[in-house]
Design a protein around this ligand. Structure first.
Ligand code: ERO
Length: 324
């Protein structure tokens, strides 16, 4: 009889380390997905989500763009589009929630920040020091009319990061939410900028900006804002997300973690992101469609994949994508 104990679910761990903390489950919500209201943040706390990550916040609360601004359909279950327009309750609300959430749930609370100007970003980051475990600074919101995605402007990104890392009070770990890149020279240029700073993590990727989904029966776009243009999510973006995780992991110094986000519906999707080099993985569209029970399901699926492959922990396969 074999002496080796077969892997069972209990012996398989999805623990990951980020911002110097052990996180029980390396899968959590993407900023923007069911994380805007007090109730939604508590739901994340009560769920198997490894972290509670807030909706991107601005200085003042915002109503966001006119409805309908989100679309998903059984006709095309592989894609979603949103143009929420940064609807949020303002940074003070998300800062205050930190005390409540930390008292009730034993998991990190990360606040996503998306100020409408450099000055707003600097002020919000200053004010949020000590009110959360980390800040995910969003460089990639595609849906605010008149505001370009800063992550596509390399000089503006360099300038913003210079100013952020000159904030004297800065002691809360800082991550960046990146737009998708498609050209290898852009990965080189952006990685050179990011490597200059003590950034804790980057999250790849935000939705694919300014996509257009058309309802051919109605002969109309499926959402109202910006004549139908919005951020594309869902399974359709997974190859772009994986490429961004892979390309940044190859270029960034090892102290900077890469979090995968994009096209995660199943345990296999998480497995692929980690194989590409992700430290952890976020769920966006699928969380909106399925609700917070998706975390438990995806974890179970991932553990079953790991059991079959004989892996006990994420490091056993993280970043180990093989060449053909
Ligand atoms: O419209 C939004 O609020 C929004 N949608 C996205 O797909 N990504 C974002 O980063 C974002 C706002 C910050």
């Amino acid at each position: 009889m074999s002496q080796t104990k077969p892997n069972d679910e209990q012996s398989i761990s999805l623990v990951t380390e980020l911002i110097g903390l052990p996180i029980e489950n390396a899968i959590w919500n993407a900023a923007g997905a069911l994380c805007t209201t007090e109730k939604e943040l508590h739901n994340l706390g009560q769920s198997q989500s490894g972290v509670i990550l807030s909706k991107s916040c601005t200085l003042d609360p915002r109503e966001g763009n006119p409805l309908p601004r989100y679309w998903c359909s059984e006709r095309a279950p592989f894609m979603t589009i949103n143009s929420t327009g940064l609807a949020n309750q303002g940074y003070k609300f998300y800062g205050k929630m930190g005390y409540q959430l930390s008292a009730e749930y034993d998991k990190p609370y990360i606040i996503s920040v998306s100020g409408l100007s450099i000055e707003d970003n600097l002020n919000i980051i200053k004010e949020l020091q000590g009110k959360c475990h980390a800040i995910e600074l969003n460089l990639s919101c595609p849906n605010v009319i008149g505001k370009p995605q800063i992550g596509y402007d390399f000089d503006a990104t360099q300038d913003l990061l210079n100013q952020v890392f000159s904030i004297p009070e800065l002691n809360t770990p800082l991550g960046l939410k990146m737009p998708p890149y498609f050209d290898l020279t852009h990965f080189d240029q952006m990685a050179d900028i990011i490597n200059q700073f003590p950034i804790s993590f980057i999250t790849c990727i935000n939705s694919l900006g300014n996509g257009l989904i058309i309802d051919p029966i109605e002969e109309k776009a499926v959402i109202k804002p910006k004549n139908g243009l919005g951020g594309i999510g869902g399974s359709i973006v997974k190859p772009i997300a994986l490429s961004n995780v892979y390309n940044f992991r190859k270029r960034l110094n090892s102290k900077i973690d890469v979090i995968g986000c994009g096209g995660v519906r199943t345990g296999w999707d998480v497995f692929e992101h980690i194989l590409a080099g992700a430290t952890a993985v976020q769920v966006g569209s699928q969380l909106v469609e399925e609700g917070t029970s998706c975390f438990e399901r995806i974890q179970k699926e991932l553990k079953e994949i790991m059991r079959i492959k004989g892996y006990l922990k994420l490091e056993d396969f993280r970043g180990k994508l093989q060449s053909m």
